[in-house]
Design a protein around this ligand. Structure first.
Ligand SMILES: [Zn+2]
Length: 450
């Protein structure tokens, strides 16, 4: 009996495989089911065909063997948001837990696409699909006689982000992966400060926060700052270059909207090119979250990408391209442009804008280095780091901690240094390691001393 936390994935590495399970007495609730972004690059094409075992062996998905004994006890899965490091392993793992899966509409729609693309476990994927439930921000769902899930709206770098809260007889468990405090988002939710404070008053048993940027002694700037940066750089590039190519996170709908709006004001036609831009862009359009200017096009299949780029190359100054490849991923549109594999020749008259940062992993660093070197050799003008992060800085974290005043903390979603940086903040706030603050790595479990 009691409450136990299972650190399934994302404990000890940045940007990957986020999955946490909580056992409350004899019931299990799972938070997120993500893939590792860089490890999956190895499997990029074959991911839908790959088996759970082979993906687990290369650490592309969480190793959930620690939960084997408890699979039949699972009563619900709560998905926090639609980033792949939080939902990417759903088609490979969740069929083992025959229980409802909750997320906001945008998240659920993207999970559906992944399940439809699944090849290896197509039948099982259909079963999971039947168990998906879309919730609205603020919703509360009774998942068993004693457990209730609540979805508190929060800001992050993708629409539909929530902090799932599990209400138990022992107090609330708040899963805060991922978030930042941003009051000036246009598309994503506003953080619900009032509800967070109220939860703190009602009694929070456990906080499971992300740790990616907690070492940075900042309050993460608002997306409105990124909008200004985008507008500033695009105006400059419009004067100084012929072709403008912007690359950003395909799931960052708010950013794509800002780029497209500025392009429209500059009188350039917007083209989105790339498979994942098509996936996220179309779902966002269907749900009315993304409103591209008249005449904008999305090209997400090899032949349409090719034709679209060919046309744009003939009148470069008439277009603004938003393309995949900000991390220099092999097979992405920008990478292939740099390799002369697509009919858009990059020259010293063109500008490439990186509206992103490098996700700090050795594979990304090496891919980006190669990409930038190729662009430099062509004389392309580069505009880097036109970006603000979607992750909480130290002061965002401190604010959350003070609002919630949790009894216990288990930092998640970070490499050992990041988890330790969270511990530094928590000890400043009066917590003590191994008393009410627990640092852990993948594959371990912690019984809360209650
Ligand atoms: Zn995220």
């Amino acid at each position: 009996m009691g409450v136990e936390v299972f650190a399934v994935g994302g404990y000890g590495e940045a940007g990957g495989r986020n999955m946490t399970a909580v056992r409350v007495d004899d019931e299990l609730v799972i938070f997120d089911c993500g893939m590792s972004l860089d490890k999956s690059l190895v499997f990029r094409k074959d991911f839908p065909k790959a088996s759970t075992r082979e993906l687990r062996d290369v650490k592309a998905i969480p190793d959930d063997t620690i939960l084997r004994r408890y699979r039949s006890k699972a009563v619900a899965v709560a998905l926090s948001h639609a980033h792949l490091d939080h939902i990417g392993a759903v088609p490979k793992l969740l069929f083992r837990y025959r229980c409802p899966v909750f997320g906001t509409r945008f998240t659920i729609e993207l999970v559906k696409r992944d399940l439809e693309n699944e090849e290896r476990y197509a039948e099982e994927a259909e079963e999971v699909r039947m168990n998906l439930y879309a919730v609205e921000p603020g919703d509360e769902v009774q998942i068993s006689r004693r457990l209730r899930l609540e979805f508190v709206p929060i800001s992050h770098s993708i629409p539909g982000s929530v902090l799932p809260v599990l209400h138990t007889p022992y107090g609330a468990i708040v899963y805060a992966c991922d978030f930042k405090f941003d009051d000036r988002q246009m598309i994503g939710y506003q953080p619900d400060y009032k509800r967070l404070k109220q939860l703190g008053k009602e009694g929070v048993l456990l906080l499971i926060p992300e740790s990616l940027r907690v070492a940075e002694e900042i309050k993460t700037p608002s997306e409105s700052v990124a909008r200004e940066m985008v507008s500033d750089v695009l105006r400059f590039a419009d004067e100084e270059t012929e072709g403008i190519i912007v690359t950003t996170f395909s799931s960052h709908i708010e950013r794509i909207q800002a780029i497209a709006d500025t392009a429209d004001r500059l009188g350039r036609r917007v083209v989105l090119a790339g498979r994942s831009l098509g996936k996220y862009g179309r779902v966002a359009e269907e749900l009315g979250l993304l409103n591209l200017p008249a005449g904008a096009r999305i090209y997400d299949k090899p032949d349409t990408i090719r034709r679209g780029l060919e046309r744009a190359c003939e009148e470069k100054e008439e277009y603004l391209l938003i393309v995949t490849g900000h991390q220099g991923e092999p097979g992405a549109v920008l990478t292939r442009m740099a390799d002369d594999e697509l009919p858009y020749r990059l020259t010293e008259q063109d500008g490439v804008i990186f509206s992103s940062s490098v996700i700090p992993s050795p594979i990304n660093r090496s891919n980006r280095y190669k990409l930038e070197t190729k662009l430099r050799l062509k004389g392309v003008k580069m505009f880097k780091d036109v970006h603000v992060s979607g992750h909480a800085g130290r002061e965002d974290h401190r604010l959350l901690l003070r609002m919630l005043q949790p009894e216990f903390i288990v930092p998640a979603h970070g490499d050992p240094d990041m988890l330790a940086a969270y511990a530094e903040l928590a000890t400043q706030e009066g917590y003590e390691i191994n008393t009410d603050l627990f640092l852990t790595l993948d594959g371990t479990r912690i019984e809360l001393p209650i």
